[in-house]
Design a binder for this molecule. Sequence first.
Ligand SMILES: Cc1cc2nc3c(=O)[nH]c(=O)nc-3n(C[C@H](O)[C@H](O)[C@H](O)COP(=O)(O)OP(=O)(O)OC[C@H]3O[C@@H](n4cnc5c(N)ncnc54)[C@H](O)[C@@H]3O)c2cc1C
Length: 385
Amino acid sequence: MQQHNSKYDVAVVGGGIVGLAIAYVAAQKGLRVAVFERHPKAQGATIRNFGMVWPIGQAATTFHRAMLAREIWLELAQKAGFWANPGGSLHLAYHEDELHVLEEFVATTRQVGYQCQMLTPLETIARSNAVNPVGLEGALWSTTEVNVDPREASEAIHRYLIQQLHVDIFYNTVITNIEYPCVTSGVSEWKAEQIYVCSGADFETLYPALFAESGMTKCKLQMMRTAPQPNQWQLGPNLAAGLTLQHYASFAHCESLQLLKKRFAREMGDYNRWGIHVLVSQTRLGELTIGDSHEYGLDLSPFDKSLVNNLILKYLKKFLKAPTTEIEESWHGIYAKNPGKTEYIVQPEEGVTIVNGLGGAGMTLSFGLAAELFGQSVSYKTTAG
Ligand SMILES: Cc1cc2nc3c(=O)[nH]c(=O)nc-3n(C[C@H](O)[C@H](O)[C@H](O)COP(=O)(O)OP(=O)(O)OC[C@H]3O[C@@H](n4cnc5c(N)ncnc54)[C@H](O)[C@@H]3O)c2cc1C
């Protein structure tokens, strides 16, 4: 066994956003941090997602964590030199029942602190000329959503941690065993005061028995990207529409959602079957990122379905007016989900903490959660923008 003499304050297994957030917060506190990533660079859910920091989708219980994370994202984007666009979002209503859910959401959440308001069709179109005006009944405008390009952001954060915060990142290093205070990869061993396991959808390598009994599952999402839009065409705010209302926890308490769900069950069977709701965002280079579907289970097909992508694009065309939706790239990503919960945090042994199961909100919540884990209270500047 090759033992590395120096002892770290914090060892993090996994170079996805959860591991990076913990490494960032710990290193900022002056702690000596090591990150272990099995691949030559991160390739998991963190580089496959939309890059949407999405407070408006969070229930009241995690909204403030999301807002703290938003603030950290914007600060880190400046420091690490990656693009972050605090352009907000529009949830578009093309049916009376969709409008009712949005109105009920605004009326019932005033005390939470969501920074949003209802817009008329004319006001909506004034905010974004990418919105299809035909049949538009209104929209929810929210100021708090931020976009990053996850591929660029992930690389920049890795670089920043190494160069500016002196974090040791060991790539091509799969951690195969943990026995506190040691983390082991093949014949190499390191020691740390605190060990965080942030292995995302890999439940098989470390503490497999614990994951097996935890009820944690995986979710596969199909995604697409267009080429850059011509002539510097701008999407403006991120766009979502009716299907999204049955997806995010923030809307779940709305009584009017039941009627909408009944209509979708009648009219949108294929969409429900593949867990599709449709969001669109734009990268710095002008590409549109489009998704997504949700297939749950521990035995997910490695193959993508064109049926699913076609359904997503068909729905997108109902609300988006863009110069081109010709697809240049498609892929899928898999995240870990703790059903009914916003995360999975357990201590399998003294000194070791598993942080996982952030589901579809890892980009939105990781920095806030990491700050909480290291003792920061959830406070942030109250006004977005
Ligand atoms: C298609 C898609 C779209 C999404 N869109 C959004 C969005 O817009 N906004 C949002 O908030 N969230 C979004 N999410 C969710 C978000 O991407 C995830 O919650 C988040 O990326 C999970 O981060 P993670 O660090 O847990 O996992 P990962 O990013 O998968 O990282 C885990 C890392 O651990 C490494 N690893 C695992 N085991 C070991 C080991 N034993 N030794 C060494 N390394 C190991 C892996 O190689 C991997 O790099 C989306 C997810 C997907 C898939």
